[in-house]
Design a protein around this ligand. Sequence first.
Ligand SMILES: *Cc1c(COP(=O)(O)O)cnc(C)c1O
Length: 393
Amino acid sequence: MSALPRPFNPPARVLMGPGPSDVPPRILAALARPTVGHLDPSFIQLMDEVKALLQMAFMTGNDLTLPVSGPGSAGMETCFVNLLEPGDTAIVAVNGVFGQRMKENVERAGAGAVLVEVEWGHPVDPAKVEAALKAHPEARLLAFVHAETSTGVESDAETLCALARKYDALSVVDCVTSLGGIPVRVDAWGADAVYSGSQKCLSCVPGLSPVTFSPRAVQRIRGRNRKVQSWFMDLNLVMGYWGAGAKRAYHHTAPINALYALHESLLMLAEEGLEKAWARHLRLHLALRAGIEAMGLSFLADESCRLPQLNAVRVPEGIDEASVRTQLLERFGIELGAGLGPLAGKIWRIGLMGASASASNVLLCLGALESTLAGMKAPIHVGAALPAAMAKI
Ligand SMILES: *Cc1c(COP(=O)(O)O)cnc(C)c1O
């Protein structure tokens, strides 16, 4: 190498896409504390606290509650490889990108996936799910996404988990984008396996995936006929380090500093209070919505199923959406998300997740979007968005 690279100093950004969200300085500071050993008594205490804080966030008493060492997709894969065996059948509801990813996981675990599809932009249809459960009494589980980040849609987790129980299937619920932003009531729903991610409404750094398993799910994992094909994700082994009364035996080296950060972010959530965090996401969504609609733009999802933390906004006719995102990034440092799959070029995804759900971000985003669209001669009302949003903040 002729010249050494210089240390990486990231540009200042306002993260208002589908994740990661802005990480507060307090969490970054926690990350920078000295590394200790993963079996250090002080670290064991931190693990116990992380587990208790996750139980609070998930609203569960589940003993098997821990952060998987890996991003949200690792939590997803942990659920499927532990709960399915080759030849099993799983019903997978697909209403966006992450339902499709669940199907991939089911098939790679050697199981068969029965798909229950709806058009993207709509919630999972419980009647279709019930028909599939009836038609497939052999199905061992029902998997669905609570908060579909690709479309900004919430599905009715309580009803879907109840259906799974009625037909004696386990429920696997993707709460990557919901945890901390809208109610996730694991015990009240009777959900069996739930996974999330650190970098969305928890506003932690990416790379950890909180998961929780009901006693029914644990029974299934302990009673498997075959070993889990993934050594790394085999919860029977991971429980030796994270489980209740575990000897904290070495399995893999925990991502120590990332866990300091998760601990700090969960502490911030506990200090704010779950209900207050949900209310903040909703209030700022309503402010953003007022501004978006005052400008003359509209949402993809119906308001009955709209996620506060992920706003899928339709791109006006004739506007190059990628050019808008580039200008927002270059002129204002704002990152928005693009549409995926069939929605590519048709929507922007505006995230109001965790620390990114702030009044200043809502106003900055609306002002920047308005000036950019006006500069491109888009057919919008100029001057209406900020007063409309201010009235709701
Ligand atoms: C972000 C996301 C994931 C994947 O998380 P990664 O951390 O990117 O692996 C899964 N499901 C949903 C709904 C998500 O929003």
